[in-house]
Design a protein around this ligand. Structure first.
Ligand SMILES: Cc1cc2nc3c(=O)[nH]c(=O)nc-3n(C[C@H](O)[C@H](O)[C@H](O)COP(=O)(O)OP(=O)(O)OC[C@H]3O[C@@H](n4cnc5c(N)ncnc54)[C@H](O)[C@@H]3O)c2cc1C
Length: 295
């Protein structure tokens, strides 16, 4: 049963912010693929919903003059994957969101909902972490920016305040230009599967395409929130992208992640998988960056 007390369709973001500010029990709903499932389960009994669905100002995908990408929070996964601009600049993100659920879920679910739910298994999260994405929020006092490194505050929790709406996800040119990236989601089946473990790797190589100039590695479901692996990233900088480095990366990530036992998989299994998928994601990312590890 859907126990919903009130439902407000916002006409614009400012409307939604005002409706949220006026009601401490209200929550935004975008595609509803999380909210409605939880409401049916009784988790938000008597809730008030403020709908962002269909707001055109949240649905644009564009590049600013300095090359910053701006992805409206209301863009669906399908729209992101189909975007020629995003395919040519951040293919890792297009690929990652194409791993979500099923075509129906990808047609309804939004990137905003995927980061605002604060869950460690969200398929966009790892890629947004390696892209140093910045969240643009609108509240009663105006807009503010929150880097993704500071976004997650605990399982299901983010720095978004109750009355704030996520307007867009921003990615600076320096965080995607000349990088090759890849995301691997491990699950027991190909579709309709929440990630057991996810890993995104983004690599920039030197001009000769042999040496690692910059490496970024992020995991989902390897800790209570999505995380980066700063020690592993640091050890790779300036090193030749070869078989020895690949092995070292696989060993090093295990010292930085802290997965748990759950009904989906044991901690030991997740550690085993982490070593392998970080290795595979690195190899693929190096190839996408124009190199070849021969490993
Ligand atoms: C069958 C099924 C399979 C799924 N498979 C996957 C999967 O494989 N991978 C995966 O990552 N997820 C999966 N999901 C979860 C879900 O589809 C995603 O998390 C999706 O991105 C949620 O987006 P939404 O627009 O539907 O969010 P909603 O359900 O509308 O909202 C989700 C949360 O975000 C908040 N919110 C939404 N938009 C905003 C905004 N602009 N500003 C502030 N707060 C906002 C809402 O208040 C709510 O707390 C699955 C869900 C279902 C039902």
């Amino acid at each position: 049963m859907y126990d919903i007390a009130t439902y407000v369709q916002a006409g614009c973001v400012a409307d939604a912010v005002a409706a949220l500010a006026a009601d401490p029990s209200a929550m935004p709903i975008a595609g509803g693929t999380d909210v409605l499932i939880q409401t049916r389960e009784g988790r938000h009994a008597g809730c008030s919903l403020v709908s962002l669905h269909g707001l055109e100002e949240l649905r644009t995908i564009r590049m600013e003059e300095d090359g910053t990408l701006v992805i409206g929070s209301g863009c669906t996964f399908s729209e992101i994957t189909a975007s020629a601009l995003l395919q040519s600049t951040v293919p890792i993100l297009c690929w990652a969101v194409d791993q979500v659920g099923s075509p129906q879920i990808r047609n309804m679910g939004t990137i905003g909902g995927n980061v605002c739910n604060g869950v460690t298994s969200a398929d966009s999260a790892c890629s947004l972490m390696v892209l140093n994405a910045v969240m643009e929020l609108q509240g009663p006092e105006g807009r503010r920016l929150a880097p993704i490194a500071q976004w997650y505050t605990g399982p299901g929790k983010t720095v978004r305040r109750h009355e704030e709406v996520l307007v867009s996800v921003r990615i600076a040119k320096a965080d995607y230009e000349k990088f090759g990236g890849h995301y691997i989601k491990y699950g027991k089946r190909e579709a309709m599967e929440i990630s057991t473990l996810g890993c995104a790797v983004s690599v920039k190589l030197d001009a000769g395409k042999k040496t690692v100039d910059d490496l970024r590695i992020a995991f989902g479901v390897a800790a209570p929130t999505p995380i980066r692996c700063p020690k592993t990233e640091a050890l790779a900088k300036g090193r030749t992208a070869d078989a020895a480095l690949v092995r070292e990366i696989g060993r090093s990530v295990l010292t930085e992640i802290n997965p748990r036992d759950s009904w989906r998989a044991s901690r030991a299994f997740r550690l085993q998988i982490a070593k392998e998928i970080s290795r595979r994601a690195f190899l693929q990312a190096v190839q996408f960056a124009g190199g070849d590890c021969n490993a």
